[in-house]
Design a binder for this molecule. Structure first.
Ligand SMILES: [Zn+2]
Length: 311
């Protein structure tokens, strides 16, 4: 039923009533639109908030998963390593005790131990062969890597690490006149290579803390610079390590017999040996002779160790 009977109202009133109805209708529509907008806005805010919450939850969950995976990876890595105190290993700088352990590596308390070390890699040609042999023989070794090689072959470096070998540092360029350009340059090359190792491992907390001077830490044309450089390494808590046995695979050895002859003569009478070998791209003879090197040292009563076992 209508409120007004249009026909019963005089004409001049009729127009007023129509205007009034229109005004009421417009107001009602405006109010409805306003209310609808308010509601929509409220709903939108809720939805956005809810989405944000969900997103946060997802992120937290993802982070949690990542963290778990990281922990698991760390745990797995720790399980593959020989040493027992991984929490302090590969942190910078070394503690006094760790530095001492490296400095005293050549003296062991009666135990015959052999540290196999491979320099100048990682290479695509030789390193994988060496890794396969070491895995088969269940031996953990130490790799003194070059920054230039890590840059080219980061995945091989990662394999070395994942197999439980110790990654140590052997400069960036290995070019004597660059490494020994001044008192600081060896340490600068060390640092450059450390970052490349960190990038390759995807671990910015990894510090090798051990450097091997190209050509050795004593003597040679650049000896006076090496003397100063060693002081810098010492101040920074970074150890340096040479060797006391070798196969001469870098220089004279041309055959398996040469390699074995050099190994036998340089290990004779030594209880704790650090054996210098190379996994540079052209050192296939080293990989070929490695099984013989290992069996000879086993026969002589040596147990194989890497740096994780002593730091
Ligand atoms: Zn070298």
């Amino acid at each position: 039923m209508m409120i007004y009977d249009v026909e019963s109202i005089p004409k001049k009133h009729n127009t007023k009533v129509i205007i009034l109805i229109i005004l009421i209708a417009v107001t009602a529509i405006a109010l409805s639109v306003f209310a609808a907008m308010k509601l929509a806005n409220h709903l939108h805010t809720s939805i956005v908030k809810e989405n944000e919450n969900t997103q946060n939850q997802i992120e937290e969950q993802t982070e949690g998963t990542t963290r778990n995976t990281e922990n698991q990876t760390i745990q797995e890595e720790q399980n593959t390593k020989g040493g027992g105190e991984e929490s302090t290993q590969n942190q910078a700088p070394f503690t006094e005790t760790q530095l001492e352990a490296i400095n005293n590596i050549y003296s062991s308390k009666g135990e015959k131990r052999a540290f196999l070390t491979f320099d100048d890699g990682p290479s695509t040609t030789v390193t994988p062969k060496i890794l396969a042999i070491l895995k088969q023989q269940n031996i953990k070794a130490t790799f003194f890597v070059l920054g230039t090689m890590v840059k080219s072959n980061p995945n091989i470096l990662k394999q070395e690490y994942e197999q439980g070998h110790y990654i140590a540092n052997h400069s960036y360029s290995h070019v004597y006149k660059t490494v020994y350009a001044n008192n600081n340059s060896a340490f600068e090359e060390y640092q450059k290579t450390e970052s490349l190792i960190q990038n390759a491992l995807g671990n910015s907390n990894y510090h090798s803390n051990v450097f091997r001077f190209p050509g050795g830490s004593i003597g040679g044309y650049y000896n006076s610079i090496k003397v100063e450089a060693k002081k810098i390494f010492k101040e920074k808590g970074v150890a340096y390590l040479d060797w006391n046995a070798l196969t001469n695979d870098a220089d004279g050895a041309r055959t398996k017999e040469d390699i074995m002859k050099n190994l036998k003569s340089t290990t004779k009478g030594k209880n704790s040996i650090v054996v210098l070998m190379h996994d540079a791209p052209n050192k296939s003879l080293t990989a070929e002779t490695l099984p013989d090197v290992i069996s000879y040292l086993r026969e002589q009563g040596y147990t194989f160790k890497n740096l994780y076992d002593i730091i």
